[in-house]
Ligand binder design. Structure first.
Ligand SMILES: [Zn+2]
Length: 270
């Protein structure tokens, strides 16, 4: 069985037995992958500090056909995060990022779009504390990367655009977007949205689409749109936007998003 080499990000890691570690990665080339690092705690040479949560590494592994776990040969740190682990806010936000990526994907399933989105989000959080829109932009980008980009410019049912003073809208998770007041009921819509929240969501979604088209620039610059959002993003609107994204994620993640539940209060009391 030959050795595969790919850039990867650590999504999850647990100690196993005396000296091994089981690690789940989101790789650039082969999707999500779980493997066992034999002697992880002893072998600085093979894994030196590169099996921790969020680590951005070059991963070398072997996997027999049909085997549940890959055999991890070695990991080499590509880029050390300098500040990601230095504040509770950044750590909490990064935990949410890797949990969403983990719960949205199956093993070996997804291409490199989600990898790029996760990497961009971690780089953003390494550079500065999360703002009110940071994780919402990540969530929209993750949905888009997995082919679930929501419709937020117009009603998912009747296609009427939400104007600047758009009709009352509600999030319709099963339909994959927002529905107008007239269409909301029959489409099982949940959370309601003010016109300001609809406009904010649409603006963020446009930034996500633009960022995904320009692959050469990477996905970090998606977060530049944060600089123009806060003026319209008061606490009430931020709450609506947050609830809307939470609802849109539900059909596409396995189980509950625990980091968001546990750490939401940390992020919202800033
Ligand atoms: Zn409608």
């Amino acid at each position: 069985v030959h050795v595969v080499s790919t850039p990867a990000i650590v999504l999850r890691a647990v100690d196993y037995g005396e000296s091994d570690r089981i690690v789940t990665f989101l790789t650039r080339d082969t999707g999500k992958l779980s493997g066992i690092a034999k002697g992880a705690k002893r072998s600085q040479r093979r894994f030196g500090g590169a099996l921790g949560l969020f680590a951005h590494v070059t991963l070398q592994y072997r996997q027999r056909p049909g085997a549940e776990l890959a055999f991890l040969e070695r990991t080499l740190l590509i880029r050390p995060w300098k500040a990601l682990l230095g504040s509770l806010e950044r750590y909490a936000a990064a935990t949410h990022v890797v949990e969403v990526a983990d719960k949205m994907t199956l093993e070996h399933e997804v291409g490199d779009d989600l990898y790029r989105v996760v990497l961009g989000a971690l780089a953003r959080l390494d550079a500065a504390d999360p703002g009110p829109a940071t994780l919402r932009l990540f969530e929209l980008a993750a949905l888009a990367a997995c082919g679930y980009g929501p419709e937020l410019e117009a009603c998912v049912a009747c296609r009427r655009p939400f104007g600047a003073h758009g009709a009352p809208a509600r999030i319709a998770p099963a339909a994959g977007g927002a529905a107008c007041g007239l269409c909301a009921e029959p489409n099982g819509a949940a959370a309601s949205l003010s016109a300001a929240a609809v406009a904010c969501l649409a603006q963020m979604q446009r930034a996500v689409v633009e960022a995904s088209r320009d692959r050469a620039r990477g996905t970090e610059w998606l977060y530049e749109v944060e600089a123009v959002l806060p003026a319209s993003l008061g606490r009430t609107v931020a709450g609506e936007v947050s609830a809307a994204l939470a609802a849109l994620l539900v059909p596409h993640v396995r189980g509950r998003l625990r980091a968001a539940e546990l750490l939401g209060p940390i992020l919202s009391t800033r």
